[in-house]
Design a protein. Sequence first.
Length: 437
Amino acid sequence: MRLALLGCGTVGSEVVRLLHEQAADLAARIGAPLEIAGIAVRRLGRDRGDLPVDPTLFTTDALGLIKRDDVDVVVEVVGGIEPARGWLVEALRAGKSVVTANKALLAEDGAALHDAAAEGGGDLYYEASVAGAIPLLRPLRESLHGDRINRVTGIVNGTTNFILSAMDATGAGFAEALEEATELGYAEADPTADVEGFDAAAKAAILASLAFHTRVGAADVHREGITEVTAADVASAKAMGCTIKLLCIAARGADAAGRETVSVRVHPAMIPLGHPLASVGDAFNAVFVEAQAAGPLMFYGRGAGGAPTASAVLGDVVAVSRNRLAGVRSASESAYADLPVRPMGEALTRYHISLDVADRPGVLAAVAGVFARHDVSIATVRQGPAGGGAAGRGEDADLVIVTHVAPDAALAATVRELRGLDIVRSVASVLRVEGGL
């Protein structure tokens, strides 16, 4: 089986090393040896150290490599939308099997790739696109195909999880924790894709598509990042017996009209310390799947890095290679359900709202009246002097309110009205609450 490797950076280099180190085992598992037909790179002269590969295999002509008749499998670890989309569509239409780690492309236009695979008759595998080495997509795609998945909740971005874990452990603010993540190599020089939730949103779209047999794209995912999470938010979460995580949440359920829909969102949220995801620290990933018959399932491990991602890539290479030798292909895309995606305003969630209010009689009643007008029920209220100082009447006070479940639009409207009250000096923070308290 001859492979065309597109990209030879951190992940691509590890793919080459593992192909070399495990050549005999891989051949035994597949039933034929794996050979690299060529490696497409941007710059031929780049120093790649002691990479165990013939230098003559490198080329800058990715499309020419893909079109070669002796290429069976195309492995793409370049990333980005273009030119990767054009390359992979070309390969799939030509009947070649494709293994990709490109979460952005799959979330942006996975439909084009699946359609091309159906047209050409090859396989499209992408285990490495979500949660690195964690075996997650294939269980959703195959092992749980006989079950109904109701909800998927995950920590799927290691950078943000490291930052929030550091804030929780040390009391540092976002900027300080981000600086530490950058120094340790967990955050890129431009961390926007991570800290603003774009990376997690792409992965959420892929997870929802597989779990609910519905095409879900990045544009369907409600996205919020962690840049507004403060040390005070983390401290407030601790006081409630919670921690804050950037969660991707994909849920199946009925809308107000009784139609079955899916809701897909990414945002920071408080979760109780007893939740399975609460103890996931550092740069690790974890995904919690709730299935109707199988019940709760937890997938945990390293979600990024050259070696873990390369492990997932090679797992897919073995699968598609065995299929080609047997003259079969994997099951095609399952999008039969075609469920509508529910707008974020209709998603059912809970809020933790921290208010700086005037410290005088009637304030609590006025605030409660706002919640009542929007049909939002209050679960708990905690009141104290502003800044957590000594008790006693002052000019301002802190008011922390946690709601019961309500439509997100009603909760957002409640917060907007609170901001307009004279008695509310400021809405210090608003965070969603997940996992039950």
